[in-house]
Design a protein around this ligand. Structure first.
Ligand SMILES: C[S@@+](CC[C@H](N)C(=O)[O-])C[C@H]1O[C@@H](n2cnc3c(N)ncnc32)[C@H](O)[C@@H]1O
Length: 218
């Protein structure tokens, strides 16, 4: 039995995925397809974009959540950084794995205050809040100070255009063997160029569902 597959988390995840499926966004509906695409990739208007669609949960899929749980367990990770909390679904998977690893620290960051408040409630309902530090604000700032000396695992799931900058903020702290999971990484070619470059210190491969899975190899 694992924290992921037993009460209270198993039924909480069912309920949250259900709620996420039903969420609608007037902000998203008002955007043309071209405008959505432009904002999704923008390096300067990401704050505006995620503000407009703040009602959407945009969670990782169940499969990706399970992958996060498995990678955290198999690597024995104790220190995790997550870029992009939203309502905390991926955070729940990561924190459950930390619990089953014997404990640890998960720093997660999100700029929408309403999302941070709900995510905090969800982690409390799951009995996992003691493992999680919520940093409210732009990750470029919230992750710019007071980082752990050594990071075991990173989830990239915030504004796609910032993936490379966020990685560069964390890079000096990644332990050898650290794992980085980047969701929808295809939307950030410069990130892919960096982690796939020969001599970059990473091994990296595309994985299922638009995930780039990277290892800090050297
Ligand atoms: C795809 S969602 C994250 C989904 C979450 N990982 C989950 O599985 O439930 C992306 C989130 O990142 C947040 N975000 C985007 N750019 C950010 C930034 N620069 N700093 C903090 N949060 C950011 C957005 O507000 C949005 O809630």
């Amino acid at each position: 039995m694992t924290t992921l597959t037993t009460a209270p988390l198993a039924s909480l995840l069912d309920q949250l995925f259900d709620e996420a499926d039903k969420a609608t966004s007037p902000g998203m509906a008002a955007l043309s397809e071209g405008e959505r695409d432009r904002l999704f990739h923008s390096k300067t208007e990401y704050r505006n974009f995620y503000g407009l669609i703040k009602d959407l949960w945009l969670p990782v899929s169940r499969q990706t959540g399970e992958l996060l749980y498995m990678l955290t367990r198999s690597s024995g990770a104790r220190v995790i950084v997550e870029f992009g909390t939203s309502f905390g679904i991926s955070t729940l998977y990561l924190a459950a794995a930390l619990r089953d690893n014997g404990g640890g620290r998960l720093i997660t960051t999100e700029f929408e205050p309403g999302k941070v408040a709900r995510a905090r409630q969800h982690l409390q309902a799951a009995g996992l809040a003691d493992l999680v530090e919520f940093r409210q604000g732009d990750a470029l700032e919230t992750l710019g100070a007071d980082l752990p000396g050594s990071i075991d695992l990173v989830l990239m799931d915030g504004a796609k255009s910032l993936y490379l900058e966020i990685l560069q903020i964390l890079e000096g702290r990644l332990r050898q063997g650290a794992i980085i999971i980047a969701d929808d990484a295809d939307a950030c070619p410069e990130y892919l160029g960096h982690v796939r470059a020969l001599g970059s210190g990473y091994m990296s491969t595309p994985f299922s569902e638009d995930i780039e899975l990277s290892l800090r190899a050297a």
